[in-house]
Design a protein around this ligand. Sequence first.
Ligand SMILES: *[C@@H]1O[C@H](CO)[C@@H](O)[C@H](O)[C@H]1NC(C)=O
Ligand SMILES: *[C@@H]1O[C@H](CO)[C@@H](O)[C@H](O)[C@H]1NC(C)=O
Length: 359
Amino acid sequence: MGEIEGSYRVLPTPGTRLGAQFNAGISTLEPGQSLSANMISGNLYLFILILSQMLIPLEMFTIGNIMESDYFGLEFQNTQMNWVWLEPTKLIMRQVRRPANTLFRLSVKFFPPDPGQLQEEYTRYLFSLQMKRDLIEGRLICSENTGALLASHLVQSEIGDYDDAADREFLKTNRVLPYQDKVEDKIMELHRRHLGHTPAESDFQILEIARKLEMYGVRFHPAADREGTKINLSVAHMGLQVFQGNTKINTFNWSKIRKLSFKRKRFLIKLHPEVHGPHQDTLEFMMGSRDQCKIFWKICVEYHSFFRLFDQPQPKNKAKLFTRGSSFRYSGRTQKQLVEFVKENGAKRTPYQRFVTVY
Ligand SMILES: *[C@@H]1O[C@H](CO)[C@@H](O)[C@H](O)[C@H]1NC(C)=O
Ligand SMILES: *[C@@H]1O[C@H](CO)[C@@H](O)[C@H](O)[C@H]1NC(C)=O
């Protein structure tokens, strides 16, 4: 069977606030600073030259204007071409083999159920860019009509009010949907209706539509169940989800889960006794490799901590905390802490600039 390599006790809310108090963030998105940002076909890629000086721990970087920075993370593409979250508390050189030759990108890490929980306009703007990336990459699956509606708000946020020639020109040079040609007229027809919407209003509309889609924020982690049936696992604010194709076949709310752990390629979900009945209390999934298993386990630990833990440490619970193997824990601020932080510091925010689309 082998030893448990990482274990995370899923404490009910309110629970212990785990991890260090890092305000740290990761990078800045502002052009012209030490990092350079570039838009390539709707993707926001960051080419972080500074990473070649890899001896600097990430928390040394300050976060430009992203006040709600903990919703975001930096991902890098590993040698298997999978995107992996960079850990802000670890040296880059311990995580990335050849940083100078690695592609990094800023991405949304935690998708809140309601974009109304995002307090800053700038945060919602960055979220809308993520939706744009997910749309074009075919991850934010939706009907073509919904796709066209999302696209129409994207167009409004980029070029303002409808104008036949400007719309055509924009759609000719910008890809926002994989099946764009087919729905171009529809996009323009819908765009006409958004007269007067500011970019901020358009971002809000995009997030309102996106959040209702089943695939909003869903990231697939391929696995197989005990019977060998192939499925995808995904973690969300409310718990774990199991997908077959694009259909959600099961959900495990955090309240039902007692512990998440992994042993080599095996990902284990231990349920509370009242959930599983007399039969099975631990669900087992087999993943492609130990690395993939660990990557998924870590993001689960982070999701639970971010959405479910409060900031008040409760030493009583901490004593009961059970860990073996990996000591990985979430190191950022929880969602609740972020809300409080913005309430206290919101007035200090600095203005930001939207990216200009390069034709
Ligand atoms: C799991 O997701 C991947 C895409 O990330 C997809 O290629 C694969 O078919 C999915 N597997 C199942 C069983 O749905
Ligand atoms: C999970 O919890 C949410 C509320 O957080 C609830 O609306 C939903 O019905 C629950 N789902 C299951 C499968 O228990």
